[in-house]
Design a protein around this ligand. Structure first.
Ligand code: HEM
Length: 471
C-alpha cells in the first residue's frame, strides 16, 4: 500500500514555478530509465533538442535534473554542501564493489590523492612507471622474439600493457611476475566489462556470477598485507590502508576498498591510450606528425621528452574530447536556486539528482566544435603551433572546450599521472615496435553505448593489429 502511495505521489509530480522543464516519459515510475541506460548520449541529446540546456527527467522513480550549459558547471558545482557527492557514490560502491564505507569523505580523499599524485611524489611515480613499462616491453616479458610478428586487438594490447604498468607502479605488489599480472588483468577485465550493468543493476544470473567470481579473486589478490607496503608513509595506497585501519574498517572491507581503488586508478588510462593509438593508426597524417615530434625529442632526458610535444598534446586533448564521458552526479540536499550562464534562474528540488554531462556539451557541441564527431588532430593547435585555448559559442568564449578531468572543485587528482602514462605508452609503442593494422582500410570500432557515464568510453569491438619488437 505504501509503495502504491509513493508511486501515486511520484506520478503526480508537476513542474513548479522556476523549475526546469519536466519530462517524465510515458512509463509510470520507470520513466526514461531504459532509454537513458541504453545510450545516455543519444537520449540526452534528444531531450536537449526538445527542452534546451536544463531539464528534469524521471528514471526509475528518481527525478534527475540534467544541466548542459557548460559555462556554468564550475559555478553550480562549487556548492559541495547542498550538492552532495557522497550519497550517490555510496550507492554505486555498494552496487559495483559490494562495498560499504560509511565514513567515506571525498574531501579528505581528494587531499590525500593530491599529495601523492602531484609535486615531487608525481616525479617519482612517473619515473617508476617508466621503469615498469620498459621492463614489461622486453622480449622476455612479452614472450616474443625480436622481429617476430604477433597479432592482437589494439584495445587489449594497450589496456593490458598500461594496466600492468599502473598496477606495478601504484599497487607495487610482490605478485609481479608476468603470469600473475596477466591473471590479474584478465579478472579485472571480466569485472570491468560488467561495470555499467552492475551500476544499473541489470546483470543477469550468469553475469552476476562472473562478476562475483572476478571480484572474489581480485579481493583475495589485493589483500593489503599482500601488497608491498614498505614505503607505507610515502605511498598513496599505504596511507589509504592506514586511514581505513584507523577508522576501524574490518579486513574484508579493506580488501574490497582495494578493488575500488584499482578501478579508479587503472580503469581509464588504458582505454584512453587505445583511442589515441586507434585514431593515429586510422589517420596517417596525424601519425606522421606525431612520429616526427617523438623523433625530435628522442635525445632528451625522459623527464624532458614529455614536455615539448604540442602536436601530441593536441592529439590527446582531441581524443579525450571524443571519448571522456563521465556523468557527474550530485544529490540535491535542499531546494536550491542555480543560475545558467545567461543569468536565467532555476530552482532545484530537494531529493532530486543533478547531473552534468560534459561529453554532450562542451565536448560534442556543434556550436563549439565544428563537425564534433570527427577526429581532427590539430583541433587544439593554433597556426603557430601553440595550444589553442579559445573556443566560442554564439560569440561568447567557452570557459572549457573539453572537461575530461571533471569540474573545477572535483578535478581528477591523478590527471598528470594519467597523461604521463598515456604519453609514455604511446611513444614507447611507436618507437620500440613496428605496429600496423591487419586490414589497412580498417575503421575504428564503434563505441559501446552502455559505457556513457562511466569515464573513458570503450569500443564495441576491437581493431586488429600486428606488431613486432624492433631490433
Ligand atoms: C576522479 C577522470 C585517470 C585517480 C576522477 C574524476 C574524473 C576522472 C572525471 C571525477 C569524477 C567525479 O567528479 O565524480 C579520469 C580520466 C583518467 C583518469 C579521464 C584517464 C584518462 C586517473 C588515474 C588516477 C586517477 C591514472 C590515479 C593514479 C583519481 C582519483 C579520483 C579521480 C583518486 C577521486 C575519486 C573519488 O571521488 O574518490 N577522475 N581519471 N584517475 N581520479 Fe581520475
Amino acid at each position: 500500500l505504501l509503495g502504491l502511495a509513493v508511486l501515486l505521489l511520484y506520478a503526480r509530480r508537476t513542474r513548479r514555478r522556476n523549475e526546469p522543464p519536466l519530462d517524465k516519459g510515458m512509463i509510470p515510475w520507470l520513466g526514461h530509465a531504459l532509454e537513458f541506460g541504453k545510450d545516455a548520449a543519444k537520449f540526452l541529446t534528444r531531450i536537449k533538442q526538445k527542452h534546451g540546456d536544463i531539464f528534469t527527467v524521471r528514471a526509475a522513480g528518481q527525478y534527475i535534473t540534467v544541466l548542459l550549459d557548460s559555462n556554468c558547471y564550475d559555478a553550480v558545482l562549487s556548492d559541495v554542501v547542498l550538492l552532495d557527492q557522497t550519497s550517490y557514490a555510496q550507492v554505486l560502491m555498494k552496487r559495483i564493489f559490494s562495498l560499504n564505507l560509511p565514513n567515506h569523505n571525498p574531501e579528505s580523499e581528494k587531499k590525500r590523492a593530491e599529495m601523492h599524485f602531484q609535486g615531487t611524489a608525481l616525479t617519482q611515480l612517473c619515473s617508476s612507471m617508466q621503469d615498469n613499462l620498459q621492463h614489461l616491453v622486453t622480449p622476455s616479458e612479452m614472450g616474443l622474439k625480436v622481429s617476430e610478428w604477433k597479432k592482437d586487438g589494439l584495445f587489449n594490447f594497450c589496456y593490458s600493457l598500461l594496466f600492468k604498468t599502473g598496477y606495478l607502479t601504484v599497487f607495487g605488489t610482490e605478485k609481479n611476475n608476468s603470469a600473475a599480472l596477466a591473471e590479474i588483468y584478465e579478472e579485472f577485465r571480466q569485472f570491468d566489462k560488467l561495470l555499467p550493468k552492475l551500476a544499473r543493476t541489470t546483470v543477469n544470473k550468469e553475469e552476476k556470477q562472473i562478476a562475483s567470481s572476478a571480484r572474489e579473486k581480485l579481493w583475495k589478490w589485493l589483500t593489503p598485507t599482500g601488497l608491498d607496503r614498505k614505503s607505507e608513509h610515502q605511498s598513496w595506497l599505504g596511507n589509504y590502508v592506514q586511514q581505513l585501519q584507523d577508522e576501524g574498517v574490518d579486513a574484508e572491507t579493506q580488501r574490497r576498498a582495494m578493488l575500488l581503488q584499482l578501478w579508479v586508478t587503472q580503469g581509464n588510462a588504458g582505454p584512453a591510450a587505445f583511442w589515441v593509438l586507434g585514431y593515429l593508426l586510422t589517420h596517417p597524417e596525424a601519425l606522421r606528425v606525431v612520429r616526427e615530434e617523438i623523433q625530435g625529442g628522442k635525445h632528451h632526458h625522459p623527464e624532458e621528452r614529455q614536455k615539448n610535444t604540442p602536436v601530441f598534446d593536441s592529439v590527446l586533448s582531441e581524443t579525450l574530447r571524443l571519448t571522456a564521458a563521465a556523468l557527474i552526479t550530485r544529490e540535491v540536499k535542499q531546494d536550491k536556486k542555480i543560475h545558467l550562464s545567461n543569468g536565467q534562474e532555476y530552482q532545484l528540488r530537494r531529493g532530486d539528482r543533478l547531473c552534468v554531462f560534459p561529453f554532450i556539451s562542451p565536448q560534442m557541441d556543434p556550436q563549439i566544435h565544428q563537425q564534433p564527431e570527427m577526429f581532427q588532430f590539430d583541433r587544439f593547435l593554433n597556426a603557430d603551433g601553440t595550444e589553442k585555448k579559445d573556443f566560442f559559442k554564439e560569440g561568447v568564449r567557452v570557459k572549457c572546450p573539453s572537461v575530461p578531468w571533471g569540474t573545477k572543485d572535483n578535478l581528477c587528482p591523478g590527471r598528470q599521472f594519467a597523461i604521463s602514462a598515456i604519453k609514455e605508452l604511446v611513444s614507447t609503442i611507436l618507437t620500440r615496435f613496428d605496429l600496423e593494422l591487419c586490414d589497412k582500410n580498417a575503421k575504428l570500432p564503434l563505441v559501446d553505448p552502455s559505457r556513457y557515464g562511466f569515464g573513458i568510453l570503450q569500443p564495441a569491438g576491437d581493431l586488429e593489429i600486428r606488431y613486432r619488437i624492433r631490433s
